[in-house]
Write a protein that binds this ligand. Sequence first.
Ligand code: NDP
Ligand code: 8X3
Length: 296
Amino acid sequence: MSNAKKGVGASNTCLCIFVTALYGWVKSVQKKAFSYQVVLISGMDNIVLITGATSGIGEACAKKFAAAGYPLIITGRRSERLLHLKTVLENNYKVNILPLVFDVQDRTAVEKLLGNLPDEWRNISILINNAGLAAGRDSFDEADMNDWETMLNTNVHGLLYVSKAIVPYMIAKKKGHIINMGSIAGREVYEKGNVYCASKFAVDAISKAMRIDLLKHQIKVTNINPGAVETEFSLVRFKGDADKAASTYTGITPLSGDDIADTIFYCAQLPAHVCINDLVITCTQQAGTYYFHKNS
Ligand code: NDP
Ligand code: 8X3
């Protein structure tokens, strides 16, 4: 073969390598864009309301949705944390944030604040009913009645008050998605779980009831039921006993708030005709409320 032909062959090979590399790069960018589910949200459409955004799963959801450009209403009782989160989200993601400080157990406060939202904050597309807690882990005969009331008032009554205040906005625009935070504790009762389990069984029933009754308004309802998620949950449950709280997660790699936020975000991104009604999610080392495979 002549030197001239060899030269043409070599430059064709180079071109071919370059085109293949370029194609690979374009494909990887496309894949990344898809896997991160880049969603461009603008203006005050598609507001997301997250209760209990001052820590754990709620805070992770706030970061996830803000990063995708959603305007957010974030709530909780700890005003300092809430205002700090507002600043962080606004600075990092350039989205509008409305922080509302209230106790979900306080029906009057919920009705007053959420029932009279400023006009520009009424276009709520997604409600994440996340605020909740376990108080104590005691045998039925020894448990504190105040703990029981706190759990029922927060996890059940609070969720109902917030939902009743927000549903009219969704009905008005014939669109919406309510995501309730249930628990694996709402599927299986475990020893000393008594009223916490009862409150999450109630969330399960309420979610199913909402789905049926709100069907005519085309409002989606999704019940998310996680197993162990490492947040402030156990610290609250064991009333500040950090050792007891940490022991809940010893020997396992538990779920994180981010894992649940990713799952919720996925449910919220599905096409209009698709609704995940119910979802149970645990870490790989957990198969139920009692079954754990712990590292020795
Ligand atoms: P965290 O304790 O980290 O977060 C709980 C959030 O709820 C906080 O932002 C807290 O805010 C808010 N909250 C609690 N009580 C009230 C109240 N009366 N009024 C308003 N806000 C309130 O726990 P998680 O993130 O883990 O918990 C979030 C949800 O997930 C709960 O419903 C919990 O039951 C559920 N869940 C948790 C699991 C886990 O293993 N962690 C597993 C399954 C479900 P503030 O204190 O500022 O008011
Ligand atoms: C929290 C999970 O198993 O501690 O809802 O009840 S569990």
